[in-house]
Design a protein. Structure first.
Length: 335
């Protein structure tokens, strides 16, 4: 499975003490290396409870490579850390298969990792995952957000649902409601609750790299922990703000169910969940058409969200209008 993810630049086989990668062979002239590490969090607990392990590896890769691409970097290679009390080959194969599939989607090579058995540290059936991704970007193409200016357009890319954040709250809501992960999902009659909650995180790399190649992308924000409210301001220069219209899209049913079932305040929704937007793209006002075309061609659902403005004195870095209507009542639900 790892060999199937090979790409130009890989110069080593699995089994050594380290993986080797040749940047020159990958086509770079003056590269900056970008490195990210992440995990899947307590979504793993739902995978264990539901007995489904085929997509959790995709989540692991996605959480790392989506962070790489926001800086303009192409993911090159990936390493995983898989720790458990006792290795169960069938489960491990499903997990590693998901990691390999995630790497395939992102265009990066799985060149190594570590599998650790630690009885006594993990309870039976429990396991943990961590991922490590390295990418590269030519020095003059690094995205920092420093050129963002008033009038720039803000676009959103639809998420794959919950993705990999907010699952401690999700698990609490499911437990309090007395639901079983094998029962039909209250918000999606076509699948079980476990299947619905385990839908994998979207990998935005191909679409974002295509958009960056048009020359009009100024900044990207991966919407993970902290939600839209906290991640978009991370890529704004001082003195600027973003105004987003929550009515531009309808929050998927899973979020509206969590909001109502858990009585989650709207402001907390904005800080905990992606609410249906997995990546935010800030673009030059005159480049929006070409960028939307590149993203759509890559299979992304593009949603115009708003614009960059001057930040008022003591004003917020982000304003999200119409959250209550769009996120609790919604319009036609997008599945």
């Amino acid at each position: 499975m790892a060999r199937a993810t090979g790409r130009p630049g890989v110069v080593s086989e699995l089994g050594g003490f380290g993986g080797l990668f040749d940047l020159k062979a990958a086509g770079y002239a003056d590269p900056i290396l970008v490195a990210c590490t992440d995990g899947v969090g307590t979504k793993l607990k739902i995978a264990v409870a539901a007995g489904r392990f085929d997509t959790i590896g995709i989540d692991l890769v996605a959480m790392c490579v989506n962070d790489l691409v926001v800086q303009g970097a192409e993911p090159l290679f990936f390493l995983d850390y898989f720790a458990t009390a006792k290795l169960e080959p069938k489960m491990a194969r499903a997990v590693i298969g998901g990691i390999a599939e995630g790497c395939r989607q992102a265009g990066c090579a799985l060149i190594g990792g570590e599998t650790a058995e630690m009885p006594g540290l993990y309870a039976g059936g429990d396991f943990d995952l961590a991922g490590f991704a390295v990418g590269a970007v030519e020095r003059d193409r690094l995205l920092t957000g420093k050129n963002v200016a008033p009038g720039d357009r803000v676009l959103g890319l639809a998420s794959g649902g919950l993705q990999s954040n907010g699952f401690s709250l999700v698990r609490r809501i499911v437990t309090d409601a007395g639901l079983d992960y094998g029962a039909p999902a209250p918000f999606d009659a076509e699948c079980s609750l476990g299947e619905a909650l385990l839908k994998p995180t979207r990998i935005f790399v191909p679409g974002c790299l295509g958009a960056i190649a048009t020359g009009g992308v100024k900044a990207l924000a991966h919407i993970t922990g902290g939600g839209i409210a906290e991640n978009v301001p991370r890529v704004l220069p001082g003195g600027l703000a973003v105004e987003i219209d929550a009515g531009a899209w309808s929050a998927p049913p899973v979020f509206r169910w969590l909001a109502c079932q858990g009585a989650v305040p709207t402001a907390e929704l904005a800080r905990t969940f992606n609410m249906g937007i997995g990546m935010v793209v800030i673009v030059r006002a005159d480049a929006g058409g070409a960028i939307e075309a590149a993203l759509s061609e890559a299979g992304e659902e593009v949603i115009p969200l708003g614009a960059v403005t001057e930040r008022q004195a003591d004003g917020p870095a982000i304003t999200i209008k119409g959250m209550e209507e769009a996120w609790r009542n919604g319009k036609a639900a997008r599945n």
